[in-house]
Write a protein that binds this ligand. Structure first.
Ligand code: GLU
Length: 486
C-alpha cells in the first residue's frame, strides 16, 4: 500500500454523531493498519452554522473514543493550518489561478434570477442547475453590475459532455455526467469558499491518499473530481461508507437512540464498547468473533470487508457489547465511573467519605448485571437499599408457601450466628437450611431470594449477603415479609 494519509474533516455545526464517529474510526483504522497518518481538519466555512462549542464537542468526543490523531487541529503538523477559516489566503491563490485560466468566473445573478431559472427548468422536467448566464460577461457588463451594487460569487466552469467516473473503494465504479452538474459556486460573495472547493484544495495540499466518508457525500464527489482535474492534481482514493439506518430501516434518528457520541458517554457506555460497536456498523470481521479492542480492530480491519448496503443500528446489540466490556473491565474503574450516578441519586456520600472497599464489593456484584453504567443506581436501589419492594404477585405467592416461615426463621438465626460473613460461609449456611428442615433446594433458595431481594431473579445470595451485611439483610427480609402478608 502506498503511503496512507487519511483525514476526518468534520464541520463544527453540531455534536459528533454516530455516523461521523464511524467515519473517523474507519479512517483511523486504515491509517494505523498501514502505519500512516490520521489527520483531523476542521471545515468551518459555513459561518452561520459553525460554532466553537461544536468543535470542542467533536474533538472531545474523538479523544473520549480513543481516536487520537497524529496531525491536525490542536496537535499541529507540517501541512497546517488545520482549520479552514485560517486557510483563506491559500484558497484565494488557487481561485486566482482558476479565474486567470478561464476555468472559473464571476457570477452576478441575483437570488431571484436563479430561482426563476430553477423553476423554468423544473417546469420543463429538466434538472435544475445553473445554465451559465454569466459565463461570458464583458468587462462592461461586469462594471454595470458592480455599479448596481451586486456582489459576485465565483463559479466553476463545468466542462460539457464529460463522463466522470468515481472508482469508489466501497461502491465500485460510479459514473456521473458533467452536463447534469451545472456551473457551481466555489467562492461566495463574502470571499469564503464553499465546502466542495475548500475540501479539494485541502485534501490535495495535505497529500491525502484516501477519503473515507459517509455515503451522503457521494453526490458531491463529481464536483470535486472536476476541480482536481482543473487544478491538474491527482484524485485521492474515495470510499463512501453506507448510511446508518435504524432497526425499522429508516434513516438513523433520535427515535432509534441517542445520535451524539457525548450522549452515550453520559448514559454510561464505555468508549471501548462504542468503538467496537461502531466498527461493526458496515465492516464485518472474517470470523465469528465480534468483540475487538481497538488494537485488534487495527489488525483485523480492511476496506475489502466494508459493505455497500446500509448498516443497521441495533441498540440491543450495543447494550450487549457494552455489558461484555463492563464485565471485562477492572472493578475499580467501573466503581469510579459509577460514582457520579450513585451520588446523584443519594446512594453514595461525597467523594472523601466513600468507603471504597464496600463500594468495590458492591460493584463487583453489580457489574455482572449492567449493560450501561447508568443502570447502576437502579441496581443499587433494588439490591443494596433498605427500602425494597416486593416485585410482583408471583414473588408474593412464593413467599406465601407454607414452609416459608420456618425457612426464614432458620435463615435469620443462622445468619446472626455466623462468625464470618463471606461467600463460602454463607453458601454453606444456606445449604444447611435444606438439610436441617429436610426440604428440597427450590423450597429454600427461591423464597429466600425473594425474601432478601424482593425479586425472583438477581445476584447469587451468597455473594449478595456478605456485601449487604447481616443487619441490612434482616431489615430487608422483615420489610418484604410484611409486604407479602398484606
Ligand atoms: N465537512 C464535511 C462534513 O462534515 C466533510 C466531508 C468530507 O469528509 O469530505 O460532512
Amino acid at each position: 500500500m502506498e503511503k496512507v494519509r487519511v483525514r476526518f474533516a468534520p464541520s463544527p455545526t453540531g455534536p459528533l454523531h454516530i455516523g461521523g464517529a464511524r467515519s473517523a474510526l474507519f479512517n483511523y483504522l486504515l491509517a494505523k493498519k498501514y502505519n500512516g497518518q490520521f489527520i483531523v481538519r476542521i471545515e468551518d466555512t459555513d459561518r452561520e452554522r459553525s460554532g466553537i462549542e461544536w468543535e470542542e464537542n467533536i474533538l472531545q468526543s474523538l479523544r473520549w473514543l480513543g481516536l487520537d490523531w497524529d496531525e491536525g487541529i490542536q496537535v499541529g503538523g507540517e501541512y497546517g493550518p488545520y482549520r479552514q477559516m485560517e486557510r483563506l489566503d491559500i484558497y484565494k491563490k488557487y481561485t486566482e489561478k482558476l479565474l486567470d485560466s478561464g476555468q472559473a468566473y464571476y457570477c452576478y445573478c441575483s437570488t431571484e434570477e436563479l430561482d426563476n431559472e430553477r423553476q423554468e427548468l423544473s417546469a420543463k422536467n429538466e434538472l435544475p442547475r445553473y445554465l451559465g448566464r454569466c459565463r461570458n460577461l464583458t468587462e462592461g457588463q461586469k462594471a454595470e453590475f458592480e455599479a448596481q451594487g451586486r456582489k459576485p460569487v465565483i463559479r466553476f466552469k463545468v466542462p460539457p459532455g464529460e463522463r466522470i467516473v468515481v472508482d469508489d473503494m466501497v461502491r465500485g465504479k460510479v459514473s456521473f455526467e458533467s452536463d447534469g452538474v451545472g456551473d457551481f459556486i466555489i467562492v461566495k460573495s463574502d470571499g469564503i469558499p464553499i465546502y466542495n472547493y475548500a475540501v479539494v484544495i485541502d485534501d490535495a495540499l495535505m497529500e491525502i491518499s484516501h477519503v473515507i466518508r459517509g455515503e451522503e457525500h457521494l453526490s458531491n464527489t463529481p464536483r470535486q473530481v472536476l476541480l482536481y482535474q482543473a487544478l491538474g492534481i491527482e484524485c485521492p482514493h474515495f470510499a463512501h461508507i453506507s448510511l446508518i439506518l435504524g432497526k425499522d430501516r429508516s434513516k438513523m434518528s433520535k427515535r432509534h437512540g441517542a445520535t451524539s457520541v457525548i450522549q452515550y458517554q453520559k448514559e454510561g457506555y464505555l468508549p471501548e464498547a462504542l468503538v467496537n460497536f461502531l466498527a461493526l456498523l458496515g465492516w464485518s470481521p472474517d470470523g465469528e468473533e465480534e468483540i475487538f479492542t481497538l488494537e485488534e480492530l487495527v489488525k483485523e480491519f480492511d476496506m475489502d470487508r466494508v459493505a455497500k448496503n446500509p448498516a443497521v443500528f441495533d441498540m440491543e446489540k450495543l447494550k450487549w457489547v457494552n455489558g461484555v466490556y463492563i464485565r471485562q473491565a477492572d472493578t475499580e474503574l467501573i466503581a469510579r465511573k459509577a460514582m457520579p450516578y450513585l451520588q446523584e441519586k443519594g446512594y453514595l456520600p461525597n467523594d472523601k467519605d466513600i468507603d471504597w472497599k464496600h463500594l468495590t464489593a458492591q460493584i463487583a456484584i453489580a457489574k455482572k448485571y449492567l449493560s450501561t453504567i447508568s443502570e447502576v443506581s437502579d441496581f443499587f436501589q433494588q439490591f443494596f437499599g433498605i427500602e425494597v419492594e416486593l416485585e410482583d404477585d408471583n414473588a408474593r405467592e412464593i413467599l406465601q408457601q407454607e414452609q416459608v416461615p420456618d425457612v426464614v426463621e432458620d435463615f435469620k438465626q443462622k445468619l446472626i450466628s455466623l462468625t464470618e460473613i463471606e461467600p463460602s460461609a454463607v453458601k454453606k449456611m444456606l445449604k444447611s437450611i435444606t438439610k436441617d428442615l429436610n426440604l428440597g433446594g427450590k423450597k429454600v433458595f427461591q423464597p429466600l431470594r425473594v425474601a432478601v431481594t424482593g425479586k425472583t431473579k438477581g445476584p447469587e445470595l451468597h455473594e449478595l449477603i456478605p456485601v449487604l451485611g447481616v443487619e441490612a439483610c434482616i431489615k430487608r427480609v422483615n420489610s418484604i415479609l410484611q409486604q407479602a402478608a398484606r
